[in-house]
Design a protein around this ligand. Structure first.
Ligand SMILES: C[S@@+](CC[C@H](N)C(=O)[O-])C[C@H]1O[C@@H](n2cnc3c(N)ncnc32)[C@H](O)[C@@H]1O
Length: 306
């Protein structure tokens, strides 16, 4: 099939997101790596009627639609980061899904919604889960990939965590202030600069109810430093050391802050990525092969008295 023309896509790119209509296979929009059988495990659990080759074809078609509607901006999307849930790696995951009371769960920067779908599969009530993201693009990619209804299985709220107007009275996240049992930020905080990481942590704390949790995971580094070439007018995204990141959470007023670390490479392998292209990309990204990248998984509690 030939490459589609721009006119074929104009209806895909509006704020309502991807159209779920069947599209052709776009010949030159391929992921950065091969799809492995472990990559397909979660999708298979949601679509058990599809064979491995059908699942692979569906992933590739959905990927091509995403690439042709904005995916070129997202490195993680191009490496199929979203196919596997990441939340199951969190050391609190088993205890969270075993809770008898499963209150409001807010995934801040929830992307395609893979983790939210996993949570539902493991018993968290869908009506208690919300995904919020500054962009709708990745969420729409998730709708296209999972095909679980025009609006998906959970509420999606478009909001910028760094914009007070989106949090305060009348803003789209206003109802979550002080009301959320668990705020979750997976692979989000490495996108922010030194100051905006702090702002994110502080806003998340305002959303968590007293005694509630702020949890997540992201890349840190030793020594700390800017996140490669991604500098913009607001300053380069910054990777703290794990201890520096812990201090950010404590300074934001959280208690019981716990950080568990593992080599970034292990995280990549656990997720079924071929490490090769990441080895290459990381050295290019940081321009410093001596810098150690560390995956940090963390949890922090809003004090009951604040
Ligand atoms: C690397 S993706 C991770 C997505 C998802 N949590 C996952 O693990 O698959 C980072 C996400 O953070 C979102 N994000 C970035 N800045 C944000 C902001 N200021 N407010 C809300 N979301 C933001 C991005 O749009 C993107 O969906």
């Amino acid at each position: 099939m030939s490459r589609p023309q721009e006119a074929d896509f104009h209806h895909l790119t509006g704020d309502n997101g991807l159209c779920l209509a069947t599209m052709g296979t776009f010949v030159d929009a391929k992921p950065e790596r091969d799809i492995t059988e472990p990559d397909l495990q979660f999708l298979k659990s949601l679509k058990p009627h599809l064979s491995v080759s059908e699942l692979k074809a569906h992933v590739l078609e959905s990927f091509a639609r995403g690439m042709n509607t904005g995916g070129v901006k997202y490195r993680c999307f191009q490496s199929l980061y979203h196919l596997l849930p990441a939340i199951t790696d969190h050391y609190l995951y088993t205890s969270l899904v075993s809770r008898s009371q499963k209150g409001l769960f807010l995934d801040l920067g929830g992307g395609q919604g893979t983790d939210a779908r996993k949570l539902i599969q493991d018993g968290w009530p869908a009506q208690h889960i919300t995904i919020s993201d500054v962009e709708t693009f990745l969420w729409n990619v998730g709708l296209d990939l999972y095909e679980d209804g025009p609006k998906g299985p959970v509420q999606f709220i478009k909001a910028n965590i760094l914009d007070a107007a989106d949090i305060n009275s009348g803003g789209p996240l206003h109802n979550f202030l002080g009301a959320t049992d668990v705020v979750y930020a997976q692979a989000v905080l490495h996108l922010f600069n030194k100051e905006t990481v702090k702002a994110y942590a502080t806003t998340a704390k305002a959303l968590v109810k007293p005694g509630g949790l702020f949890i997540g995971a992201n890349c840190t580094s030793d020594p700390p430093g800017a996140f490669g070439k991604r500098e913009d007018s607001s300053g380069a995204p910054w990777l703290y050391t794990p201890a520096g990141f812990k201090a950010v959470l404590e300074e934001a007023g959280y208690v019981d802050v716990r950080i568990e670390t593992s080599p970034f490479d292990d995280f990549i392998r656990r997720r079924g990525f071929g490490p090769t292209h990441w080895d290459v990309d990381i050295s290019k990204l940081f321009g410093d092969s001596k810098r150690q990248l560390i995956w940090a998984t963390w949890s922090a509690t809003r004090p009951t008295s604040s």
